[in-house]
Design a protein around this ligand. Structure first.
Ligand SMILES: C[S@@+](CC[C@H](N)C(=O)[O-])C[C@H]1O[C@@H](n2cnc3c(N)ncnc32)[C@H](O)[C@@H]1O
Length: 222
């Protein structure tokens, strides 16, 4: 990853995470508001429902070693560790987030090495992680893929970290498919995306079919 993008992302989350936590709570991602997107519900409940919908979609009924890639302040990490009584590790580019996530894990009793569930956090780059291959039976990425400057390398890294038969679940920002009648992105759409990239420190996003192609090449079963 180019260090300037990495530094920008780190600074972005180092400086904004306390505010995000005040406004959005421990989950720094969107929520599930029903199939139409219009169900009125509590913000936190919608965020947790999004997590559960994703787990349901992936048919995850158990997990023992979980990696949360781009963990924020550990909202999903602790939720998943508790739900599956598992050992969970979260990685982020932001030292401030890793510290806050660790504080939250300690406060919630997730750091006793003699007990499960457990959760720990570290600063690490998802494109070049410090972990051995085949370590995790669930690799989770909630709204972090959009930050990755090399989507293929990101998916490759996640693939290598998974145990055979493990599950990779990702929710990420995408632009619309361009292989339909609507055709390539219009100049207006590109301009709009560029503004989003600038505000949120994103290199670029891709479409769902592009993700699907990359995942199939890596022999993921989609
Ligand atoms: C929008 S936040 C989502 C946080 C968390 N997944 C959640 O849902 O609460 C994006 C996260 O991705 C992390 N991130 C971005 N690029 C990363 C990279 N290359 N390696 C590790 N983490 C990364 C950021 O540090 C941040 O924690």
């Amino acid at each position: 990853m180019t260090s300037s993008l990495q530094q920008q992302i780190q600074q972005f989350y180092d400086t904004s995470s306390a505010l995000w936590e005040q406004v959005w709570g421990e989950h720094m991602h969107h929520g599930y508001y029903g199939a139409t997107g219009r169900h009125r519900k509590d913000r936190r409940q919608a965020q947790v429902e999004l997590i559960d919908r994703l787990l349901g979609w992936g048919e995850v009924t158990q997990a023992s070693h979980i990696l949360d890639v781009g963990c924020g302040i550990g909202g999903s990490t602790l939720y998943l560790a508790e739900k599956y009584q598992a050992l969970a590790t979260g990685i982020t580019l932001s030292p401030v987030q890793a510290e806050r996530a660790t504080e939250r894990a300690i406060a919630a009793g997730f750091t006793n090495l003699e007990k499960t569930p457990q959760a720990s956090f570290q600063v690490a780059d998802a494109l070049n992680t410090p972990f051995e291959d085949n370590q995790f039976d669930l690799v989770w990425s909630m709204e972090s893929g959009e930050h990755m400057p090399d989507k293929r390398q990101f998916l490759q890294e996640c693939f290598q970290l998974l145990q055979p038969g493990g599950t990779f679940l990702m929710a990420t920002w995408c632009h619309r498919p361009t292989n339909s009648l609507a055709g390539p992105l219009t100049p207006d759409e590109q301009k709009h995306l560029k503004e989003i990239y600038q505000v949120y420190c994103l290199p670029y996003v891709i479409s769902l079919p592009e993700y699907e192609r990359s995942l199939k090449k890596l022999a993921f079963k989609t």
